[in-house]
Design a protein around this ligand. Structure first.
Ligand code: GDP
Ligand code: MN
Length: 397
């Protein structure tokens, strides 16, 4: 589950990670109040207005702007709230901005120049260990840094039985070129950041930039936080941070119906029971020259109600030109599933305009095929995997 910057910062702050302070607002009046409040709390006289959407690269798209007084806070917030923000990480139409974070300006002049670093905490799937990735090249696209100057990206792996050791935090601060007070601040920052990552059951933190202020404070200016959904049951206070407006509406509906659905770009919708078979079915579709339009695991109970819901969700995607139903009857009998498909088809009347290929295999597969063939409906029923692939190819041609 992805969070907004302001929510991510809230979590970081609760574990003692120093952050650029901010207050969220949903309209320009609230933005001005937030700015006034920030001045009381931090003494700042300049502010940064930051669009809150689930996408990076907001600065480049005009979603992060400096305001030098309250009047500018008001006009900039008014412009940003409600806009469709297009960034290198959004679609061409962009994302609607529902709220802004009014932040204190932390790039103020002082004894030294502010410096931006990159830091992320994530799982290295090859070693099964968490790692901290960091770079002196903060503030810019890390993909570009990885391409052009890969030697400027460092990683530090953490032994799960020991946790982050003090020497590792010092090494990170040292590799970032820090010394004196800034080095000490960075050691504290890194340690607190790693603790926050573990205790919040996150699967990714990306702080870009981490800022060294002109007076040697180390702060998280941005925060991209992804929580592990499977651990949300033990973080009720984080679960409520979910912003459904930021998520794919078809996926949200599928989730509410208890279906495991992931939207993809292709033209063949698939309805399958079991994640492994769903993956195999996607391979099969590709082999037949199609592209899967979705991943959909309907689970063990493929009754009429569930099958109908699944059909309706698959058909919300306009790109779908055919549907392949591939169900293995192990616990659930194929003839029951077949009846479910026929009932769903009947209930939906004209809603289904694309060819449906059904492959049922397992307990009572023969009875199931007869049931579908005798239904008089335009459903192509097969029992073999290869036949199903051939039929997909046929209907797409
Ligand atoms: P992103 O573009 O979505 O990654 O948003 P960030 O939160 O990283 O902000 C983008 C850029 O805005 C940063 O890299 C900074 O250069 C700039 N920025 C953020 N906070 C401040 C601030 O307090 N003062 C100034 N002058 N610039 C800031
Ligand atoms: Mn950023």
């Amino acid at each position: 589950m992805n969070l907004h910057e302001y929510q991510g910062k809230e979590i970081l702050n609760s574990f003692g990670v120093k952050i650029q302070r901010g207050i969220v607002a949903t309209n320009h009046k609230g933005a001005v109040d937030a700015a006034k409040q920030l001045t009381v709390e931090t003494g700042t006289s300049w502010y940064v207005v930051k669009a809150q959407v689930h996408a990076g690269g907001r600065g480049k798209g005009g979603g992060v702007k400096l305001a030098k007084n309250l009047a500018e806070v008001e006009t900039i917030s008014n412009d940003i709230i409600g806009m469709m923000l297009v960034t290198p990480q959004t679609s061409a139409e962009g994302k609607k901005v529902n709220q802004v974070l009014i932040c204190e300006d932390v790039y103020y002049p002082g004894d030294s120049e502010p410096e931006e670093y990159y830091m992320s905490v994530l799982l290295n799937r090859n070693t099964g260990r968490n790692m901290i990735m960091y770079s002196t090249e903060g503030g810019m696209d890390i993909e570009t840094v990885a391409e052009e100057t890969p030697h400027l990206i460092f990683t530090e792996e953490i032994d799960p039985t020991m946790g982050l050791l003090p020497f590792q935090a010092r090494k990170i601060a040292f590799n970032l070129g820090l010394s004196g007070g800034a080095l000490k601040e960075m050691v504290k920052f890194v340690s607190a950041l790693y603790t926050a990552y573990i205790k919040s059951d996150s699967s990714m933190f990306e702080i870009n930039p981490v800022l060294k202020t002109s007076d040697d404070k180390i702060l998280a200016v941005d925060a991209k936080v992804t929580l592990d959904e499977n651990a949300l049951y033990r973080h009720k206070d984080y679960a409520v941070m979910r912003d459904l407006r930021e998520e794919n509406p078809i996926e949200v509906e599928a989730k509410a119906a208890g279906l495991n659905y992931v939207d993809l770009d292709g033209n063949v919708g698939c309805m399958v029971n079991g994640a492994g078979l769903a993956m195999g079915t996607m391979d099969l579709i590709k082999q037949a020259g199609g592209e899967p339009a979705n991943f959909l695991d309907v689970g063990g109970t493929a009754d009429a109600q569930r099958v109908e819901t699944a059909f309706r969700i698959i058909l919300k995607d306009d790109n779908v030109k055919a549907i392949l139903v591939n169900i293995f009857g192990g616990i659930v009998r194929c003839d029951r599933v077949a009846q479910g498909i026929v009932d769903a088809y009947t209930n939906m009347g004209d809603a289904i305009k694309v060819p449906i290929i059904v492959r049922l295999q397992g307990t009572n597969a023969k009875e199931a095929k007869i049931l579908i063939d005798n239904s008089g409906m335009k459903i192509i029923s097969v029992t073999e995997f290869q036949e199903a692939a051939d039929k997909v190819q046929e209907v797409l041609a």
